[in-house]
Design a protein around this ligand. Structure first.
Ligand code: ARG
Length: 460
């Protein structure tokens, strides 16, 4: 069945039909299409186009189609152009001639926008739920090792000591922003496009506000031409997914390194690692590598739709049908990666002695020393120079921080008083970073409490 044809002398070629069909992928919008069509049928009744009895017939036929679609084999042998055509064909089969009225004053251009918005609103909620679960796992892991100290890196060189929970909270913040972003994406999609017609607005006096209320939309779109070619809401979703994936990818990269023999801080569970077909000793971090790999795929989805839309003349063009493959793929890959990351986080073990040793054998305390000198009155630039020379001499003499006594330090520079020498213990330096958002134990405890509150808000 086609929703058009009167103007054509011959049907489409078999090649064109195969080439242009989208049922293979847009079948995923079936439930949204039925919900939207039921609401539209109610609007037709309000506008006097359907009788109450016809409406009842149509709504229950749609319910029956929804139930039928849950059975296996529903889509087998279907040759409809797209999901919208399939749903109307099924309606005709069930409800008879009254089905011919369902498309009164409606275009597939607005219908596909409606279906995608309905689907996307729910997908935002699903991803927010998965983000919240991952964030909860990060907080549990932070609380398992509240006092563990690790070197924080810049340029992948040991920089300053930080608490392990402080490091995990950094990712928590990224995922909290992602959850917020998906909330905003949902708001952008939360406008009813129905009533726009093909591009110029419907020729029937629909009460658009009433349809919006029926479908739970916050408002109605304001320009029919805009609706026809607008996929900003899909781009917003793809951007939010891409940023989430990039955060996941950075976490994956960290943990691939931290669980390597060279670092040896993290023990990934057997359940999220794979062996080698040749090398019997191997335990590879494939789950994390795949998260990192899929992040490229999701960024590709964003780029793909950006390039599809760039340069499209107003208003609808069939190119827009190509939005769904990247949209669905990005949603699924992001959901899968969030779930995988949660399982990795839930099952990982920190081996705290290793990062602590890395802290102690390096010069991550150098900034603490320089800042202590500055607090005691030495101008910071001078303090920086003194500590720099002190570190240089230590490296030349292969002397670790713990090998220095307070007296030797004082001999090196009179500014190194007893209180400064105590900062050779990295845990003492941590305590000075007590600003909100800093890594001092008290600040981190407070941050963990705040994070629990943030998580409760997101999970509502
Ligand atoms: N399958 C089409 C899509 O996804 C539905 C809209 C068709 N509109 C049209 N003018 N051919 O974009």
């Amino acid at each position: 069945m086609k929703l058009w044809g009167g103007r054509f002398e011959t049907g489409p070629s078999e090649v064109f039909e195969r080439f242009s069909g989208s049922l293979d992928f847009d079948r995923r919008l079936l439930d949204a299409d039925i919900r939207g069509s039921q609401a539209f049928a109610r609007a037709l009744e309000r506008a006097g186009i359907l009788t109450a009895q016809e409406l009842g017939q149509i709504v229950s036929a749609f319910d029956a189609i929804r139930a039928e679609a849950a059975q296996p084999g529903f889509f087998e042998n279907a040759t409809d152009e797209d999901v919208h055509t399939l749903v109307i064909r099924k309606l005709k089969e069930r409800a008879g001639p009254v089905a011919d009225k369902i498309h009164t004053g409606r275009s597939r251009n607005e219908q596909v926008s409606l279906d995608t918005r309905l689907w996307l609103r729910e997908e935002c909620d699903r991803l927010r739920g998965l983000l919240a679960a991952l964030m909860g796992a990060l907080l549990d892991l932070a609380e398992k090792y509240p006092d563990a100290v690790i070197p924080g890196y810049t340029h992948l060189r040991r920089a300053q000591a930080v608490l392990w929970p402080h490091y995990l909270l950094a990712y928590f913040e990224m995922f909290a922003r992602d959850a917020q972003r998906f909330g905003e994406v949902k708001c952008h999609a939360d406008q009813l496009p129905l009533g726009s017609g093909a591009l110029a607005g419907s020729g029937f006096p629909f009460d658009r506000e009433a349809i919006a209320q029926d479908l739970g939309f916050a408002s109605v779109t304001r320009n029919s031409m805009d609706v026809s070619g607008d996929r900003d809401f899909a781009l917003d979703f793809l951007y939010a997914s891409s940023v989430t994936m990039i955060h996941l990818s950075r976490l994956a990269e960290d943990w691939i390194l931290y669980s390597s023999e060279e670092f040896g801080w993290l023990d990934l569970s057997d359940g999220v690692t794979s062996g080698s077909s040749l090398m019997p000793q191997k335990k590879n971090p494939d789950s994390l590598e795949l998260i990192r790999g899929k992040s490229g795929r999701v960024v590709g989805c964003l780029v793909s739709l950006l390039v599809t839309i760039k340069g499209l003349p107003m208003t609808y063009n069939r190119d827009l049908q190509e939005d769904k493959v990247p949209l669905f793929d990005a949603a699924d890959q992001t959901a899968g990666s969030l779930e995988m990351a949660r399982v990795v986080v839930e099952s990982v073990k920190l081996l705290p002695a290793r990062p602590e040793a890395a802290v102690k054998e390096s010069w991550v305390v150098a900034t603490d020393l320089a800042e202590a000198l500055a607090r005691n009155g030495t101008p910071f630039h001078e303090a920086h120079q003194i500590v720099g020379r002190f570190v240089l001499q230590s490296i030349q003499q292969d002397k670790k921080p713990s090998a220095w006594t307070a007296a030797q330090m004082h001999a090196f520079a009179p500014e190194f008083t007893q209180d400064v020498a105590e900062l050779l213990d990295p845990k003492r330096g941590l305590e000075s970073r007590a600003v909100p958002g800093g890594t001092a134990p008290a600040a981190v405890r407070e941050a963990l409490r705040n994070a629990r509150r943030t998580l409760a808000r997101i999970s509502q």
